[in-house]
Ligand binder design. Structure first.
Ligand code: TRP
Length: 340
Protein backbone atom coordinates (compact mmCIF):
# COMPACT_ATOMS: atom_id res chain seq x y z
CA UNK A 1 0.00 0.00 0.00
CA UNK A 2 1.29 3.45 -0.88
CA UNK A 3 2.25 5.62 2.06
CA UNK A 4 0.27 8.47 0.49
CA UNK A 5 -2.87 6.64 1.56
CA UNK A 6 -1.98 6.81 5.23
CA UNK A 7 -0.55 10.25 5.82
CA UNK A 8 -1.32 10.81 9.49
CA UNK A 9 -3.63 7.99 10.47
CA UNK A 10 -6.41 9.99 12.01
CA UNK A 11 -9.09 7.91 13.68
CA UNK A 12 -11.89 6.95 11.35
CA UNK A 13 -15.52 8.01 11.43
CA UNK A 14 -18.31 6.28 9.58
CA UNK A 15 -21.89 7.38 9.71
CA UNK A 16 -24.78 7.25 7.31
CA UNK A 17 -28.17 8.43 6.16
CA UNK A 18 -31.02 6.56 4.53
CA UNK A 19 -31.88 8.37 1.30
CA UNK A 20 -35.64 8.53 1.75
CA UNK A 21 -36.15 12.29 1.80
CA UNK A 22 -34.49 15.61 2.21
CA UNK A 23 -32.86 16.28 5.55
CA UNK A 24 -34.64 18.29 8.23
CA UNK A 25 -33.80 19.99 11.53
CA UNK A 26 -34.00 16.66 13.35
CA UNK A 27 -31.21 15.28 11.16
CA UNK A 28 -29.25 18.50 11.38
CA UNK A 29 -29.14 18.87 15.15
CA UNK A 30 -29.17 15.12 15.71
CA UNK A 31 -26.15 14.29 13.57
CA UNK A 32 -25.20 16.51 10.62
CA UNK A 33 -23.95 19.36 12.79
CA UNK A 34 -21.69 17.11 14.81
CA UNK A 35 -20.26 15.35 11.76
CA UNK A 36 -19.41 18.75 10.28
CA UNK A 37 -17.58 19.65 13.49
CA UNK A 38 -15.74 16.33 13.61
CA UNK A 39 -14.65 16.14 9.98
CA UNK A 40 -11.37 17.98 10.54
CA UNK A 41 -10.11 15.67 13.24
CA UNK A 42 -11.24 12.40 11.72
CA UNK A 43 -10.82 10.52 8.52
CA UNK A 44 -14.51 10.61 7.63
CA UNK A 45 -16.61 8.28 5.53
CA UNK A 46 -20.27 9.16 4.99
CA UNK A 47 -22.50 6.47 3.67
CA UNK A 48 -25.67 6.98 1.69
CA UNK A 49 -27.46 3.84 2.82
CA UNK A 50 -29.52 3.12 -0.27
CA UNK A 51 -29.48 -0.65 0.27
CA UNK A 52 -30.76 -0.20 3.81
CA UNK A 53 -33.37 2.29 2.58
CA UNK A 54 -34.64 -0.33 0.14
CA UNK A 55 -35.36 -2.76 2.98
CA UNK A 56 -38.52 -0.81 3.71
CA UNK A 57 -38.89 0.99 0.38
CA UNK A 58 -38.37 -1.87 -2.03
CA UNK A 59 -41.70 -1.15 -3.68
CA UNK A 60 -40.70 2.44 -4.46
CA UNK A 61 -37.09 2.32 -5.64
CA UNK A 62 -37.52 5.59 -7.54
CA UNK A 63 -37.91 7.36 -4.21
CA UNK A 64 -34.60 6.02 -2.93
CA UNK A 65 -32.90 6.72 -6.26
CA UNK A 66 -34.04 10.34 -6.32
CA UNK A 67 -32.97 11.02 -2.75
CA UNK A 68 -29.39 9.79 -3.03
CA UNK A 69 -28.35 13.08 -4.60
CA UNK A 70 -30.63 15.13 -2.35
CA UNK A 71 -29.13 13.76 0.83
CA UNK A 72 -25.65 14.38 -0.52
CA UNK A 73 -26.57 17.96 -1.39
CA UNK A 74 -28.00 18.53 2.09
CA UNK A 75 -24.79 17.27 3.66
CA UNK A 76 -22.48 19.31 1.44
CA UNK A 77 -24.66 22.37 1.95
CA UNK A 78 -24.45 21.86 5.72
CA UNK A 79 -20.69 22.13 5.54
CA UNK A 80 -19.42 18.64 4.80
CA UNK A 81 -16.21 19.15 2.87
CA UNK A 82 -16.32 17.08 -0.31
CA UNK A 83 -12.55 17.40 -0.67
CA UNK A 84 -11.74 15.51 2.50
CA UNK A 85 -14.84 13.53 3.38
CA UNK A 86 -15.41 10.37 1.41
CA UNK A 87 -19.04 10.22 0.42
CA UNK A 88 -19.91 6.63 -0.38
CA UNK A 89 -23.01 5.12 -1.96
CA UNK A 90 -23.68 1.87 -0.12
CA UNK A 91 -24.86 -0.18 -3.10
CA UNK A 92 -21.55 0.41 -4.89
CA UNK A 93 -19.59 -1.32 -2.13
CA UNK A 94 -19.57 -5.07 -2.72
CA UNK A 95 -17.59 -5.65 0.49
CA UNK A 96 -20.57 -4.50 2.57
CA UNK A 97 -22.84 -7.10 0.97
CA UNK A 98 -20.26 -9.84 1.49
CA UNK A 99 -19.51 -8.93 5.10
CA UNK A 100 -23.25 -8.87 5.82
CA UNK A 101 -23.48 -12.51 4.83
CA UNK A 102 -20.45 -13.52 6.89
CA UNK A 103 -21.65 -11.63 9.98
CA UNK A 104 -24.87 -13.63 9.87
CA UNK A 105 -22.90 -16.41 11.56
CA UNK A 106 -22.30 -14.27 14.62
CA UNK A 107 -25.84 -13.07 15.31
CA UNK A 108 -28.68 -15.13 16.72
CA UNK A 109 -32.28 -14.56 15.73
CA UNK A 110 -33.12 -13.90 19.38
CA UNK A 111 -30.51 -11.13 19.42
CA UNK A 112 -32.11 -9.47 16.40
CA UNK A 113 -35.56 -9.75 17.97
CA UNK A 114 -34.42 -7.71 20.96
CA UNK A 115 -33.55 -4.60 18.91
CA UNK A 116 -35.87 -1.85 20.20
CA UNK A 117 -35.37 0.42 17.18
CA UNK A 118 -36.26 -2.31 14.71
CA UNK A 119 -39.22 -3.34 16.87
CA UNK A 120 -40.59 0.20 16.83
CA UNK A 121 -40.06 0.49 13.09
CA UNK A 122 -41.93 -2.75 12.45
CA UNK A 123 -44.82 -1.41 14.57
CA UNK A 124 -44.98 1.59 12.24
CA UNK A 125 -44.87 -0.49 9.07
CA UNK A 126 -47.72 -2.89 9.66
CA UNK A 127 -49.02 -2.43 6.16
CA UNK A 128 -45.75 -3.07 4.37
CA UNK A 129 -45.17 -6.16 6.50
CA UNK A 130 -48.77 -7.37 6.62
CA UNK A 131 -47.65 -10.78 5.35
CA UNK A 132 -44.77 -10.89 7.78
CA UNK A 133 -41.52 -9.05 8.36
CA UNK A 134 -38.94 -9.65 5.66
CA UNK A 135 -35.58 -11.23 6.27
CA UNK A 136 -34.02 -8.14 4.66
CA UNK A 137 -35.61 -5.65 7.02
CA UNK A 138 -35.19 -7.77 10.10
CA UNK A 139 -31.53 -8.24 9.27
CA UNK A 140 -30.63 -4.68 8.36
CA UNK A 141 -28.77 -4.15 11.66
CA UNK A 142 -26.36 -6.85 10.49
CA UNK A 143 -25.73 -5.01 7.26
CA UNK A 144 -25.29 -1.83 9.29
CA UNK A 145 -22.56 -3.64 11.23
CA UNK A 146 -20.97 -4.32 7.84
CA UNK A 147 -21.32 -0.61 6.90
CA UNK A 148 -19.46 0.41 10.02
CA UNK A 149 -16.72 -2.21 10.03
CA UNK A 150 -16.08 -2.12 6.27
CA UNK A 151 -14.23 1.17 6.79
CA UNK A 152 -12.47 0.28 10.07
CA UNK A 153 -14.55 2.93 11.82
CA UNK A 154 -13.42 3.86 15.31
CA UNK A 155 -16.27 6.26 15.94
CA UNK A 156 -19.89 6.35 14.81
CA UNK A 157 -21.69 9.64 15.50
CA UNK A 158 -25.41 8.89 15.65
CA UNK A 159 -28.70 9.68 17.32
CA UNK A 160 -29.58 7.58 20.36
CA UNK A 161 -32.01 5.42 18.34
CA UNK A 162 -28.95 3.95 16.60
CA UNK A 163 -27.24 2.76 19.78
CA UNK A 164 -28.65 -0.78 19.49
CA UNK A 165 -27.02 -1.04 16.05
CA UNK A 166 -23.63 0.00 17.35
CA UNK A 167 -23.93 -2.36 20.29
CA UNK A 168 -24.69 -5.21 17.90
CA UNK A 169 -21.74 -4.20 15.73
CA UNK A 170 -19.44 -4.33 18.74
CA UNK A 171 -20.67 -7.80 19.62
CA UNK A 172 -20.15 -9.07 16.09
CA UNK A 173 -16.63 -7.66 16.01
CA UNK A 174 -15.70 -9.23 19.33
CA UNK A 175 -17.12 -12.61 18.36
CA UNK A 176 -15.50 -12.55 14.95
CA UNK A 177 -12.07 -11.58 16.25
CA UNK A 178 -12.32 -13.99 19.14
CA UNK A 179 -13.46 -16.90 16.99
CA UNK A 180 -10.60 -16.54 14.53
CA UNK A 181 -8.07 -15.26 17.06
CA UNK A 182 -7.10 -12.27 14.92
CA UNK A 183 -7.71 -8.55 15.11
CA UNK A 184 -9.35 -8.55 11.71
CA UNK A 185 -12.14 -6.09 12.56
CA UNK A 186 -12.09 -2.78 14.41
CA UNK A 187 -14.52 -2.33 17.30
CA UNK A 188 -16.32 1.01 16.99
CA UNK A 189 -17.53 3.40 19.69
CA UNK A 190 -20.79 5.30 19.39
CA UNK A 191 -20.89 9.02 19.89
CA UNK A 192 -24.33 10.33 20.69
CA UNK A 193 -25.21 13.98 20.21
CA UNK A 194 -25.96 15.59 23.57
CA UNK A 195 -28.93 17.49 22.20
CA UNK A 196 -32.14 15.60 22.97
CA UNK A 197 -34.17 14.48 19.99
CA UNK A 198 -35.88 17.35 18.20
CA UNK A 199 -39.67 17.11 18.26
CA UNK A 200 -41.87 17.82 15.25
CA UNK A 201 -43.66 21.11 14.64
CA UNK A 202 -46.87 19.44 15.86
CA UNK A 203 -45.33 18.54 19.20
CA UNK A 204 -44.88 14.87 18.32
CA UNK A 205 -41.80 13.39 19.95
CA UNK A 206 -40.17 12.75 16.58
CA UNK A 207 -39.64 14.98 13.58
CA UNK A 208 -40.45 12.71 10.68
CA UNK A 209 -41.44 12.96 7.08
CA UNK A 210 -44.29 10.48 7.47
CA UNK A 211 -45.74 12.60 10.30
CA UNK A 212 -45.51 15.66 8.08
CA UNK A 213 -44.09 17.77 10.91
CA UNK A 214 -40.65 18.68 9.57
CA UNK A 215 -38.78 21.84 8.81
CA UNK A 216 -36.39 20.96 6.01
CA UNK A 217 -32.92 22.46 5.67
CA UNK A 218 -33.80 23.80 2.24
CA UNK A 219 -37.25 25.19 3.13
CA UNK A 220 -37.62 28.72 1.80
CA UNK A 221 -38.35 31.63 4.17
CA UNK A 222 -42.08 31.60 3.34
CA UNK A 223 -42.40 27.92 4.18
CA UNK A 224 -40.41 28.32 7.38
CA UNK A 225 -42.69 31.15 8.45
CA UNK A 226 -45.80 29.18 7.74
CA UNK A 227 -44.58 26.10 9.58
CA UNK A 228 -43.42 28.11 12.57
CA UNK A 229 -46.72 29.97 12.79
CA UNK A 230 -48.60 26.69 12.79
CA UNK A 231 -46.28 25.07 15.33
CA UNK A 232 -47.50 23.66 18.61
CA UNK A 233 -47.17 25.94 21.64
CA UNK A 234 -48.42 25.93 25.21
CA UNK A 235 -52.20 25.40 24.97
CA UNK A 236 -52.69 27.03 28.39
CA UNK A 237 -51.24 30.30 27.23
CA UNK A 238 -54.16 31.86 25.38
CA UNK A 239 -53.10 35.45 25.92
CA UNK A 240 -49.69 37.03 25.98
CA UNK A 241 -50.07 37.89 29.67
CA UNK A 242 -50.96 34.33 30.70
CA UNK A 243 -48.05 32.65 32.45
CA UNK A 244 -46.56 30.17 29.96
CA UNK A 245 -45.17 26.65 30.29
CA UNK A 246 -42.17 26.72 27.96
CA UNK A 247 -41.11 23.15 28.79
CA UNK A 248 -43.60 21.62 26.38
CA UNK A 249 -43.51 24.37 23.77
CA UNK A 250 -42.03 23.63 20.36
CA UNK A 251 -41.30 27.26 19.60
CA UNK A 252 -39.29 27.50 22.80
CA UNK A 253 -37.47 24.28 21.95
CA UNK A 254 -36.43 25.46 18.49
CA UNK A 255 -35.47 28.91 19.76
CA UNK A 256 -33.04 27.26 22.10
CA UNK A 257 -31.32 25.63 19.15
CA UNK A 258 -30.93 28.74 17.04
CA UNK A 259 -30.38 31.19 19.90
CA UNK A 260 -28.94 29.36 22.90
CA UNK A 261 -27.73 32.56 24.55
CA UNK A 262 -31.15 34.15 24.61
CA UNK A 263 -32.82 31.08 26.04
CA UNK A 264 -32.87 31.87 29.74
CA UNK A 265 -34.40 35.28 29.15
CA UNK A 266 -36.99 33.82 26.80
CA UNK A 267 -38.11 31.22 29.32
CA UNK A 268 -38.48 33.74 32.11
CA UNK A 269 -40.34 36.23 29.88
CA UNK A 270 -42.72 33.52 28.73
CA UNK A 271 -43.41 32.32 32.27
CA UNK A 272 -43.87 35.89 33.50
CA UNK A 273 -46.40 36.64 30.76
CA UNK A 274 -44.10 39.26 29.20
CA UNK A 275 -43.74 37.48 25.89
CA UNK A 276 -46.61 36.07 23.84
CA UNK A 277 -46.50 33.03 21.58
CA UNK A 278 -46.99 35.14 18.45
CA UNK A 279 -44.00 37.31 19.31
CA UNK A 280 -41.91 34.23 19.92
CA UNK A 281 -43.01 32.69 16.65
CA UNK A 282 -42.07 35.79 14.74
CA UNK A 283 -38.69 35.81 16.37
CA UNK A 284 -38.19 32.12 15.66
CA UNK A 285 -39.20 32.44 12.01
CA UNK A 286 -36.62 35.19 11.54
CA UNK A 287 -33.82 33.48 13.42
CA UNK A 288 -34.42 30.14 11.77
CA UNK A 289 -34.50 31.73 8.33
CA UNK A 290 -31.15 33.38 9.03
CA UNK A 291 -29.76 30.21 10.52
CA UNK A 292 -30.63 28.17 7.45
CA UNK A 293 -29.76 30.84 4.88
CA UNK A 294 -26.14 29.75 4.31
CA UNK A 295 -27.25 26.13 3.92
CA UNK A 296 -29.95 27.10 1.44
CA UNK A 297 -27.49 29.19 -0.57
CA UNK A 298 -24.81 26.54 -0.69
CA UNK A 299 -27.40 23.93 -1.66
CA UNK A 300 -28.33 26.02 -4.65
CA UNK A 301 -24.79 25.84 -5.99
CA UNK A 302 -24.96 22.03 -5.88
CA UNK A 303 -28.51 21.92 -7.25
CA UNK A 304 -27.28 23.88 -10.23
CA UNK A 305 -24.39 21.52 -10.79
CA UNK A 306 -25.68 17.99 -10.44
CA UNK A 307 -22.98 16.41 -12.61
CA UNK A 308 -20.50 17.66 -10.01
CA UNK A 309 -22.54 16.08 -7.21
CA UNK A 310 -22.56 12.76 -9.03
CA UNK A 311 -18.83 13.02 -9.66
CA UNK A 312 -18.20 13.62 -5.94
CA UNK A 313 -20.26 10.54 -5.12
CA UNK A 314 -18.46 8.48 -7.70
CA UNK A 315 -15.07 9.52 -6.41
CA UNK A 316 -16.04 8.98 -2.76
CA UNK A 317 -17.43 5.57 -3.60
CA UNK A 318 -14.23 4.65 -5.41
CA UNK A 319 -12.17 5.49 -2.33
CA UNK A 320 -14.67 3.62 -0.19
CA UNK A 321 -14.31 0.55 -2.38
CA UNK A 322 -10.56 0.66 -1.99
CA UNK A 323 -10.71 0.85 1.79
CA UNK A 324 -13.45 -1.74 2.22
CA UNK A 325 -11.79 -4.25 -0.10
CA UNK A 326 -8.82 -4.17 2.24
CA UNK A 327 -11.05 -4.91 5.23
CA UNK A 328 -12.88 -7.65 3.34
CA UNK A 329 -9.54 -9.27 2.53
CA UNK A 330 -8.64 -9.38 6.24
CA UNK A 331 -12.03 -10.87 7.11
CA UNK A 332 -11.77 -13.48 4.38
CA UNK A 333 -8.24 -14.41 5.42
CA UNK A 334 -9.52 -14.94 8.95
CA UNK A 335 -12.30 -17.20 7.68
CA UNK A 336 -9.89 -18.99 5.35
CA UNK A 337 -11.84 -18.01 2.27
CA UNK A 338 -8.63 -17.34 0.40
CA UNK A 339 -7.92 -20.07 -2.10
CA UNK A 340 -5.57 -18.49 -4.64
N1 TRP B 1 -29.77 3.36 10.27
C1 TRP B 1 -29.33 4.73 10.09
C2 TRP B 1 -30.58 5.63 10.15
O1 TRP B 1 -31.68 5.15 10.01
C3 TRP B 1 -28.62 4.95 8.79
C4 TRP B 1 -27.36 4.18 8.67
C5 TRP B 1 -27.09 3.20 7.76
C6 TRP B 1 -26.19 4.30 9.47
N2 TRP B 1 -25.83 2.72 7.92
C7 TRP B 1 -25.26 3.36 8.96
C8 TRP B 1 -25.84 5.10 10.56
C9 TRP B 1 -24.00 3.20 9.55
C10 TRP B 1 -24.59 4.93 11.13
C11 TRP B 1 -23.67 3.99 10.65
O2 TRP B 1 -30.44 6.81 10.32
Amino acid sequence: MGTENTPKAKPIILTGDRPTGRLHLGHYFGSIKSRVELQKDYDTYLLIADVQALTDNFKTPEKVHANVEEVAIDNFASGIDPETVKYVVQSTIPAIAELTIFYGNFVTLARLERNPTVKAEIENKQELFSKGVTYGFFGYPVSQAADITAFDANLVPVGDDQLPMIELTREIVRRFNHTYQVEALVEPEPRVTEIPRIRGTDGNSKMSKTLNNCIYLRDDPETIREKVFNAYTDPLKARKTDPGHPEGCIVCEYLRLVDPDGHEQLVSDCKAGKMGCMQDKKKLAELLTDYLAPIRERAQVYENNRPMVRELLREGSRKGQEKSDEVLRRAKDAMKINYW
